[in-house]
Ligand binder design. Structure first.
Ligand SMILES: Cc1ncc(COP(=O)(O)O)c(C=O)c1O
Length: 349
């Protein structure tokens, strides 16, 4: 079959999308005159203040270029080289960061935990910590949770509180990979504080890119003690932007009138629409509850190949062996309907 022209928007990744208007407008506005460099500028101060407002608490905020650095540098701040951190076996820090957490933490070991629906099993946390206390074992010091999870599900506030309390008892500090934190917040309809510091999270990698920013994530330390000398860690890790205002200004655009929540709500709604449209088609089975902006579906290879030939792009190898269909801030209802129509046509053929 002849391959058709690529589509203007795809379901491969929420970082296929461009920059949303609010972030772009702030960038344009920041691109005026001169500003102090290395983060001592007014945009960075304002963005940090807005983030403190979002979480309704005092916290230390740093802007870095991407999620891998946000995760690995914050994990490094929890650990010594002889420590380990625990995470789900398909966590991004384990499967998609090329060993950066271990590298930036000078050899810290990542220990893997099982759990249904992309969520860490609390009993497995306890088992991993209690099974050994001798000095030959890499001493567990951190727990990294992904919210929303790699398979688009969300930890409820209750689940997080329980994990947070257990982590405290076990002497673990808690990191949250919030690459899709906004999608989780709107899915749960909670205040951001309820699923972070109030649940025991010490440090959050707060995702901006998948939410509509061009590039950049914020590292938010609720446990300010852990932020000590983090600026040095950023600099050494190549994550201190000299023209920091261009990393921080888009956050101002996103946060000042809640564009971050609007965009996440929209992306989630598109995923829900996609699920409704394709669930039950011959050969298609939705693999996980659609709680945020991802739809995971088992799909026979002929269907996958047929959709690729029609110009659609999506992955089938991200952590789990299902087709992963991601929606973003700019996914339209027409995109969803066109994808579903093509899939329906092929599924019936
Ligand atoms: C769960 C999760 N964490 C972190 C990231 C950020 O990764 P990157 O370093 O590509 O910005 C991603 C991106 O795919 C992700 O899905």
């Amino acid at each position: 079959m002849k391959t058709t022209a690529p589509k203007p928007r795809h379901f491969a990744s929420d970082n296929y999308a461009g920059i949303c208007p609010e972030a772009f407008a702030a960038l344009t506005e920041a691109n005026r005159d001169h500003e102090v460099s290395y983060g001592d500028d007014t945009w960075t101060a304002k963005a940090s203040e807005l983030i403190r407002g979002v979480f309704e608490t005092d916290c230390e905020v740093f802007f870095v270029f991407n999620g891998t650095s946000a995760n690995s540098l914050s994990l490094a701040s929890l650990c010594q080289s002889y420590h380990s951190i625990l995470c789900h076996e398909i966590a991004h820090v384990e499967v998609s960061e090329c060993g950066a957490p271990e590298f930036f933490a000078n050899g810290m070991k990542v220990l893997l935990l099982p759990g249904d629906n992309g969520k860490v099993d609390p009993a497995a946390v306890e088992r991993a910590v209690r099974k050994r206390s001798d000095l030959h074992y890499p001493k567990p010091r951190g727990l990294s949770l992904t919210q929303a999870t790699e398979v688009g599900t969300v930890y409820t506030p209750d689940e997080l509180r329980r994990l947070g309390a257990s982590a405290r008892e076990l002497g673990l500090r808690v990191h949250m990979d919030g690459a899709r934190f906004a999608n989780a917040v709107v899915s749960l309809g909670v205040a951001p504080k309820e699923i972070t510091w109030q649940a025991g999270v010490d440090v959050l990698s707060f995702g901006g890119t998948k939410n509509g920013i061009g590039l950049g994530e914020a590292v938010v330390f609720f446990n300010k003690e852990l932020a000590r000398e983090f600026d040095y860690r950023c600099k050494q890790g190549g994550q201190l932007a000299s023209k920091m205002r261009f990393l921080s200004a888009p956050w101002v655009g996103m946060l000042q009138d809640d564009a971050w929540l609007r965009h996440a709500r929209h992306a989630n709604a598109m995923a829900a629409r996609l699920q409704r449209a394709i669930d039950g088609l011959p050969g298609i089975k939705i693999a996980f509850a659609v709680e945020t902006n991802a739809v995971f579906a088992s799909m026979p290879d002929e269907l996958v190949q047929g959709m690729y030939q029609r110009g659609w792009k999506f992955y089938t190898n991200v952590g789990v062996e299902y087709a992963r269909l991601m929606c973003s801030w700019d996914t339209t209802e027409e995109d969803v309907d066109a994808f579903a129509r093509d899939l329906k046509g092929l599924a019936k053929a």
